[in-house]
Design a protein around this ligand. Structure first.
Ligand code: SF4
Length: 308
């Protein structure tokens, strides 16, 4: 089958089976182009919550499909490739959090959405990079907080909110190598450009970046919004490389400069169009979370969705 036949078949099966394709901005461009909804973690979680489809084909990494299944247990959630992982999700376990809770019975655990269902089940609140500041600001001042697993996002939240938190020692292998020096050098090289930076980056709490008049810290959805609304013509993109596919589609007259050619998440690229087609054809690789874990894990996710 050639590419256009694969795309036609995917469209046909989607209609026949009442299926919807959700894809993250970091997936391959051709996968993004067949998606019914393209988004970052928060946008995709909201979409999974409100869809009327019977089947959700989730193109991203495993924890994202798990989150969709936790939110929509009555839907069949398919992950076209089961082995797509994430360095952040792998850095903390449910047992780690159980032990922390035993030591800190009054403490609150805020977990970034990039975590397993087990970890969410031990968490009090979930957050994404879109709403992390809002979630942490909503918490009572007298409670101790553990933030897992991304230390750079955690440090950024501490810096902006002034809230003291214990930070887990996890990091995203794609964003963590983005340093302040790298960003400042790019800003010097392109004096007309704004730098749009994901807070999983190592520069997330560096005052030289935070106070720079042309540097902005955003979730992926925030980066896309800024590029669209700004009158500027040139942007330095300090997040996963494939985000530039959607940025360029939405803003054909603007220029997007990658912070570095290596900001590439190979896990997000594992899903190909033939994988999407076989998932739909065979309804294979269903992601299901054990009911007891799901019942507990849905609580911090719902709290997050209610906060915003
Ligand atoms: S970009 Fe980083 S946080 Fe996102 S899936 Fe890849 S490893 Fe995980």
């Amino acid at each position: 089958m050639n590419l256009s036949e694969i795309i036609d078949k995917i469209k046909e099966l989607k209609a026949e089976k009442n299926a919807v394709i959700l894809a993250h901005y970091y997936t391959r461009p051709e996968v993004q182009d067949v998606a019914d909804y393209l988004g970052d973690s928060l946008g995709l979680a909201r979409q999974a919550e409100k869809t009327n489809a019977d089947i959700i084909v989730f193109c991203g990494v495993h924890f994202m499909a798990e989150t969709a299944s936790i939110i929509s247990p009555d839907k069949k959630v398919l992950s076209p490739v089961l082995r797509a992982g994430c360095s952040l999700a792998d850095s903390v376990t449910g047992d780690d959090l159980r032990r922390w809770k035993e030591r800190n019975p009054d403490g609150l655990i805020v977990s970034y959405v990039n975590t397993s269902a087990e970890v969410k089940a031990w968490s009090d609140y979930c957050c994404t990079s879109s709403n992390a500041l809002k979630v942490v600001r909503s918490l009572p001042n007298d409670r101790q907080i553990l933030f897992v697993p991304d230390k750079h996002l955690g440090a950024y939240i501490q810096e902006v909110t002034g809230r003291d938190m214990e930070l887990w020692n996890g990091a995203c292998v794609v964003h963590a190598p983005i340093t302040a020096e790298m960003v400042l050098r790019r800003l010097d090289d392109f004096p007309e450009a704004d730098a749009l930076i994901h807070p999983e980056s190592a520069c997330s709490r560096d005052p030289r970046v935070l106070r720079h008049p042309r540097a902005y810290m955003y979730s992926t959805a925030g980066i896309i919004r800024h590029a669209k609304e700004s009158p500027k013509r040139q942007f330095i993109v300090a997040t996963e490389l494939e985000t530039i596919h959607e940025l360029s589609k939405q803003n054909p007259a603007k220029e997007f400069i990658p912070i570095h050619p290596d900001t590439y998440c190979d896990q997000m690229k594992k899903v190909t169009l033939p994988d999407v087609l076989s998932a739909l054809e065979q309804e294979r690789h269903e992601v299901r979370v054990p009911e007891e874990t799901r019942r507990r894990a849905v609580i911090p996710i719902q709290r997050m969705l209610e906060i915003g």
